[in-house]
Design a binder for this molecule. Structure first.
Ligand SMILES: Nc1ncnc2c1ncn2[C@@H]1O[C@H](COP(=O)(O)OP(=O)(O)O)[C@@H](O)[C@H]1O
Ligand SMILES: [Mg+2]
Length: 405
């Protein structure tokens, strides 16, 4: 008898997986018997499962004018006796109809079961994404992008409380106000995200409503956003934590793709887990900002986080390490942290306790008031690197006056 692990090993999608991972994939693989003449799926259907022929034969049909014609048959003994692997990671429509031409048995992995397995095994997601993204990088020539896309910025930290959300909100506000850029801020902290609240916004709709009615039209997409008076838009986290489960990485990929055609910057605030969704976000991103506090537990977690991220083989300058709350009480110094992690910190954000606390109380960003704090200046420096523009001129003509002058 052929072992299921040996079968799965041959599928390119699973090439980065270890045997223990494959065993988990095997657990969500089901055997299904289909009598002769069964239609497995039709051309144009959205792919929702992977099929491998264990026994029997299928016909591949394609539309030709009005009628469907058999273009080939595939039997279990053929080398390529499986189809739809990519539908497991966010499927394009099926490019043909499949019908059994004998009684047949399949090994089937449904996208729903696969997603569930990935949710519980984020490192399998990570390894699949790693293998996939290197394949894509090899396959897509640069010239394939004719439209100029907005920059995707992902904000992540292995620990919560690192200051991601405050940073994300201020970044969006600063890009809108100083760079006059069309900016979208997305709250991907799906269970307890509070960006909208932090910004004093009352969204009528959230990301959960959007994925219930996916759209590829900008005007419709905008109905799910809430506008901030500083000039950026927000896609809010679901109102109830349990709605977080509605949102998967194909939803994310679809709306990010749409948003990047219209916004100069799309900023994704995340929660502190390596998970299918966050990894997909990082993979698509132009820049990843990793935030940490100057404390031992953050240093340790960030060190582990960076090790895992090495496997993703991103270009080195895609990842920026930000040391937040620099100079706070009991903080480790920047030099000590860099020495311990054997990596340079790219940016620091000064600890500005009373100011940041006041901002949260008044639901404002630093760019909405006449603030000349070090935190604001640090934010400006980060934004200058990101945009390639200069905002911080010496003296009165600097970014302060462009805001309030
Ligand atoms: N530079 C800073 N100075 C002072 N307080 C900060 C700073 N950055 C973040 N904080 C505080 O840290 C807390 C956590 O910030 P938040 O953005 O919600 O973290 P995360 O989104 O990473 O969980 C907030 O209450 C905020 O007041
Ligand atoms: Mg947060």
């Amino acid at each position: 008898m052929i072992h299921i692990l040996d079968i799965l090993k041959k599928i390119a999608l699973f090439e980065g997986l270890e045997d223990s991972d494959l065993a988990k994939v095997a657990q969500v693989t089901k055997e299904r018997f289909c009598p002769k003449g069964t239609i497995l799926f039709r051309e144009g259907d959205i792919g929702d499962a992977f099929y491998l022929i264990k026994e029997g034969q299928v016909e591949v049909l394609k539309k030709d004018g009005g009628a469907e014609k058999v273009v080939k048959t595939i039997s279990h003994t053929d080398k390529d006796n499986f189809f739809g692997e990519m539908s497991l990671v966010g499927g394009a429509p099926r490019n043909a109809t499949l019908r059994t031409s004998t009684d047949a048995t399949f090994l089937v992995i449904s996208k729903t079961d696969f997603d569930m397995m990935l949710r519980l095994n984020s490192f399998i997601a990570l390894r699949i994404m790693t293998a996939l993204s290197s394949r894509f990088r090899a396959a897509t020539p640069e010239a394939a992008q004719e439209v100029k896309l907005g920059k995707l910025v992902v904000i992540f930290s292995p620990k919560s409380g690192a200051g991601k959300s405050i940073f994300a909100a201020n970044l969006a506000s600063g890009l809108a106000k100083l760079a006059k850029a069309k900016t979208l801020l997305v709250d991907l902290d799906l269970q307890f995200g509070d960006l909208a609240f932090m910004l004093g916004l009352q969204p009528k709709r959230t990301i959960a409503d959007l994925v219930e009615n996916p759209t590829d039209k900008l005007e419709v997409f905008k109905e799910y956003l809430v506008d901030h008076k500083a000039g950026f838009a927000v896609l809010a986290a679901p109102k109830k934590p349990e709605q977080s489960e509605m949102i998967n990485s194909s939803h994310l990929r679809a709306f990010v793709e749409l948003a990047r055609k219209h916004y100069d910057y799309v900023i994704l605030d995340t929660h502190s887990l390596f998970q299918d969704l966050t990894i997909n976000a990082m993979d698509m991103a132009d820049a990843i900002y990793l935030l940490m506090l100057p404390t031992l537990n953050h240093i340790k977690s960030m060190h582990q986080c960076l090790k895992v991220m090495e496997n993703l083989k991103y270009p080195p300058d895609k990842i920026k390490l930000i040391l937040n709350r620099d100079g706070s009480q009991h903080a480790r110094s920047r030099e000590e942290i860099e020495g311990g992690m054997k990596r340079k910190v790219d940016f620091t954000l000064k600890d500005s306790w009373p100011q940041i606390a006041a901002l949260i109380d008044t639901q404002k960003t630093v760019f909405e008031q006449d603030s000349s704090s070090e935190y604001t200046a640090n934010m400006v420096a980060i934004m200058e690197k990101l945009t390639g523009q200069t905002f911080a001129k010496e003296g009165k003509k600097g970014w302060l006056s462009s805001l309030f002058g």
